[in-house]
Ligand binder design. Sequence first.
Ligand code: AVJ
Length: 342
Amino acid sequence: MKPIASKPQAGTGIVEAAGAQPAAGESFAADVMAGLSARRKQLPPKYFYDAAGSRLFEEICRTDEYYVTRSETTLLRNVAAEIARDIPDGAALVEFGSGESAKTRLLLDAAPQLSSYVPIDISADALCGASGGLTRDYPRLIVAPMVADFTGHFRLPACAEGRPRMGFFPGSTIGNFDGDHAVRFLRSARQVLGIHAALLVGVDLIKDPARLIAAYDDSLGVTARFNKNLLLRINRELGGDFDPEAFDHLALWNAAQSRMEMHLVSRKDQIVNAAGGTFAFRKGERLHTENSHKFSVAMFARLAAEAGWSAIKIWISDAPQVAMFRLEPVLGGSAVPPSEIP
Ligand code: AVJ
């Protein structure tokens, strides 16, 4: 890794991101049409996060049962200094799906050598709120927010050019990717971040299913409201007539796939109009809204290796356990074959 010796430039406020693409707004209607027309109805979880959904997610993080955020925040607080030791002078921090950037502050406080911060989020609301506060609180930091679907291709803004880059993907969001999408995301993150890069990824670990199910079906019903907000969002934005009361929230552990699943279960036979289509639900029929994959350390290291990253350091929180991986690109294509990782 080639550190850049220059002092961080003075922050001049919010920098417009080059190559920012419009949020996934246009594809929402198409994805709803396709997802509700499928034999097994499903919708992509990224559509949870409109303004109301983002607020509900923050509320989930404060429930007793949802441990992911608390465990990870405590872990980061404990290891931030150690993480910071490996961040070169003048490096740019690039966060995928930054939301409120709450955990980022732990890194920014521990690593004053960071020159710039590029938060990428699909929600412009969340980005604006977070960026204002960061610009105020870290005056030497260049903050260059990008509104983008971070699963797509994009170019980093100029302030991240010619500097070592540290990717940050906390919160176990990588668990939302199905099949080989996690590998594809990690590969594209490797391309976006370049050779002199590292990537910090937060991952939820496999644990007692009862603990997992409680986390996705809290007793105050916040997660149920978060799940049903997807129907309300379809009503608001796509002229839908969903009755959220006609669906039950369901959280289940799929052991074979090593993932938590959220569904909305139709309480009766019903017809719903949305996005210009008409859709029949049978009583008991499920609309699959989210997968949240859980990993063992070996499973995730293998996944990273498939995408050309090697796990350099792994920190694990107290129970309920989550993990933070520091990944570095495997150079020269000499990746350890996935089969040789224990
Ligand atoms: C933000 C995607 C990490 O999967 O645990 C919380 C979202 N869904 N409760 C997760 C979520 C239900 C969360 N992620």
